[in-house]
Design a protein around this ligand. Sequence first.
Ligand code: GLU
Length: 450
Amino acid sequence: MSSLIVRFAPSPTGHVHIGNARTALLNYLFAKKHRGLFILRFDDTDAERSKEAFVQAIEADLNWLGVKPDAVLRQSQRLALHSAAAHRLQEAGRLYPCYETPEELERKRKRLQARGLPPVYDRAALALTASERARLEASGRKPHWRFKLDHRIVRWNDLVRGECHINCASLSDPVLVREDGTYLYTLPSVADDIDQKVSHIIRGEDHVTNTAVQIELFEALGAGQRLPAFGHHNLLFSATGEGLSKRSGALSIGSLREEGIEPLAVAAAAVLTGSSATVHPVVSLCELKANFDLGEISRTQARFDPAELATLSARTLHGLSFEAVRERLAAHDITGRKAEPFWLAVRGNLSTFLDAVGWWRVVEAAIEPRIEEAEFLAQARDKLPEEPWDEGIWARWTKALKEATGRKGRALFHPLRLALTGREDGPELAALLPLIGRARAAARLSGHAA
Ligand code: GLU
């Protein structure tokens, strides 16, 4: 086992949508490609907004996509580790108490902006003397705590974006601990990444600035020698150019599942959109893994068109082997000797997987035939060959019918299709007829539900 370790770290404050599925899958495929470990870490330090129901839903959605974590962690159960990290920073003089109220901070920002200056925190709290701090606390103020950045240029070689650098002098010292003692995202994330020996951090490019801060934090916490590699992938944008919001519910994995979109189609769209590969159907995550390279992700926005998902999903179904769907078919009681030839007969006609259930009824249950041209159908019934039937049965039967009636093309085939399946169109009758069997076919040609 290599020592490659990645993590997908959602906050359980909403459902997974295709945009965060992209992050999850890129991490997962990267781990699997390099025989590494994939950790699912719930960034749930925000007790008010984090919900158990979202934890469950995220796990279920990832499972549906085929993303199987090697370990699942919750930050809320690791607070001692975060406090130890905060303590260490305090000792080193890198974490300092600040007493400004949100209103005071807002006024400072406005003043800077009015002078055309970037709204960077002025570090006024660093200049407070011990007695000034004591006075503030006596008046009931509680401190929040900021990380004192080293004002230097932080550089890293991004797995997706190449050489990156950010001047930390242009950033405000980030708040790591809130007034009530709870942690914001930054510190627990780094403390956990160090503790879990995360070797590669792959996430959306909205985190690029965080990375500079976090690299300073890794170093301040003594992990400068074991810095993870960072890769920031582009974000998915809808065709109209909006980002995909976590809380909007639109394009959530759950809603795509309910629409009958195939998980492999979601995965292919999530991974291949915005890369140099065209989005194409795949038969497994393994195939996607073989096709995938972080370096292939483009640096521009990834345009994602949900309208293409339904087509991609249908094309995905058309290529799935029986083995790939055996269990899903069995869950609908599609089992036995006929199940495999049935799947091969119908898969090319499916828009969604559930369409197969309707076709199984056509071959295995009583359906109402549609009778057009009863006389011709009676003739057709009389010419049905005796069983056993093989896959050549349709060709032999219709050839005989053509010779006997002079019919051809639609006039020959369409009444047969309506009677045998009750539907206007569908899979090749050559493949369906042997599955329907002689008794059922004869009854339907006679106009009986069978
Ligand atoms: N909880 C963070 C998020 O959902 C994790 C970011 C990261 O990967 O560090 O954006």
